[in-house]
Ligand binder design. Structure first.
Ligand SMILES: C[S@@+](CC[C@H](N)C(=O)[O-])C[C@H]1O[C@@H](n2cnc3c(N)ncnc32)[C@H](O)[C@@H]1O
Length: 473
């Protein structure tokens, strides 16, 4: 038999199972738990007067639960008034036996790759067992919101259930739990999609589940303190997407950074790490003692002893055969492009940077290149509403870093202003006084004192939650 871990057998605390059943189950309902474990949901549903049954592949657990011993994916026939439970969280790669799960979801039009966890097709198949007008209440991994298949999965559920309410728990459900969870409530009624968040599982009360408060479409917005939302929304609406003001693209792909960053050979100034950006401006002095980007002209015909020796060394090291080098006309010459107007850091811990390029430098693909269409206020970038838009639109990685692909960067909201306090902001950032930089930027962006205060609070809240959660997802 499979081990508990291989089966994804982490049981739900009885109180939470009861709360979910109170939301989903009515007396007399036919209720299904597709993966019943030791039957905590079935007992809760029966206590509410429902006729509850389920499936469970572990014989001992099935017996304890009063469930049918067997694979849920072999019993995809009946419909139920309510489906409740906590699907197994096992990755496909860990359990080849989950082939049936994937096939069942594929029959319903949902395809999951080999990296997906079995909970996803479980959810799709379980939802299918709910009769029209019925309800589903599930404990699911919180990663639902972050994985690449989350969007199609939620879209699939939204097509089936008018109301979807998801409540994420920031801390772990119980000691020893491996994943953080969310509660997913799907049901009939006025169409809505809402995401909420609580700190502790104890906050998941029947009252909270029934609460008919405001809708919040995106997970990130649901984290913005309620009292800041209206103001933050209005400010961001006044702003323009960066894509309207500038082009953002990845920096120069060298193919072999250690080789292409040189000292003493023909070379160009380059920014090759976000840590080289000190403030809101990159000045020639900032790059003075840094390595530079190898710059051998395309028509170079040999004859410079130092250059020839370096090219020879590159060949010896196999640089010319590296993927990106081999496909170029001259393996030793990356496509440089013109110096961009500014650089944008795209893997951010605390404060993302847009830095004016006064050094006329290039950048490697450790930063994004930004080329302005007209005048752009780099200093005003540091107002808290723009920074909030980055927290709202970036992708949170497992280590808490916020990643901005060029497409995400285009959605950054920038103030439409001609005032550019970039020197003052640069000075404040170099002195480590980010708050002062934010204030100067807000004044240039035309934010009122109140707007500044509320957006700064919202930005700090999102950033701090993100940083607190590192390593916890
Ligand atoms: C996360 S546990 C949850 C159990 C219970 N619903 C609860 O909330 O406590 C998932 C259970 O699914 C069972 N399971 C895994 N794959 C299954 C399948 N294909 N059909 C039925 N049960 C399955 C595991 O043995 C495990 O007991």
């Amino acid at each position: 038999m499979h081990s508990a871990k291989a089966r994804g057998a982490y049981y739900t605390p009885a109180r939470l199972a009861e709360t979910l059943c109170r939301w989903a189950v009515r007396p007399g309902d036919r209720v299904l738990d597709p993966a019943a474990g030791d039957g905590v949901f079935l007992r809760a549903a029966r206590a509410l007067g429902a006729r509850a049954g389920g499936f469970e592949i572990d014989p001992a657990a099935a017996k304890a639960a009063g469930a049918i011993r067997g694979d849920f994916f072999d019993h995809l026939d009946r419909r139920y008034d309510a489906v409740v439970g906590n699907p197994p969280y096992v990755h496909f790669t860990q359990a080849n036996a989950q082939r049936k799960a994937r096939e069942a979801a594929a029959r319903l039009g949902m395809r999951f790759g080999s990296g997906a966890s079995v909970w996803a097709p479980f959810l799709v198949a379980a939802a299918e067992r709910v009769r029209p007008g019925g309800r589903m209440a599930m404990v699911i991994p919180r990663e639902t919101l972050f994985v690449d298949y989350a969007h199609p999965l939620l879209a699939h559920l939204r097509a089936k259930f008018p109301r979807i309410d998801m409540i994420c728990v920031r801390t772990f459900l119980f000691e020893g739990a491996l994943v953080k969870v969310a509660v997913l409530l799907c049901g009939p009624g006025r169409p809505r999609f809402r995401i909420r968040e609580v700190e502790f599982p104890e906050e998941l009360t029947p009252e909270l589940l029934e609460d008919d408060g405001q809708d919040e479409e995106s997970f990130a917005w649901s984290r913005v303190p309620r009292e800041c939302r209206e103001t933050a929304r209005r400010v961001l609406e006044r702003f323009a997407p960066l894509s309207e003001l500038a082009d953002v693209s990845i920096g120069i792909v060298t193919g072999d950074k250690p080789y292409f960053l040189v000292r003493g050979l023909p070379s160009l100034p380059v920014v090759a790490s976000p840590t080289w950006v000190q403030g809101a401006i990159v000045k020639a002095a900032d790059l003075r003692n840094r390595p530079r980007l190898l710059d051998i002209p395309p028509d170079y015909a040999g004859g410079d002893a130092a250059v020839d020796a370096y090219l020879e060394e590159g060949r010896r090291r196999g640089v010319h055969r590296r993927y990106k080098c081999a496909e170029r006309a001259f393996w030793w010459r990356p496509r440089m492009g013109a110096p961009p107007d500014a650089f944008l850091t795209y893997l951010n811990d605390r404060l993302p940077r847009l830095a004016l390029n006064r050094a006329r430098a290039r950048c490697t693909n450790n930063l994004h290149r930004v080329t302005f269409h007209g005048s752009v206020s780099v200093g005003a970038f540091y107002n808290p509403a723009t920074l909030l838009s980055i927290e709202l639109g970036g992708r949170i990685l497992g280590d808490g870093a916020l990643k901005l692909e060029p497409g995400d960067a285009g959605k950054i909201r920038m103030p439409r202003t001609c005032r550019d306090p970039v020197d003052a902001v640069d000075a404040a950032l170099r002195q480590g006084d980010a708050k002062d930089a934010f204030r100067i930027a807000s004044a240039a962006a035309g934010l009122s004192f109140r707007e500044h205060r509320l957006c700064a609070r919202a930005h700090a809240e999102l950033r701090d939650i993100r940083l607190r959660e590192r390593r916890m997802r």
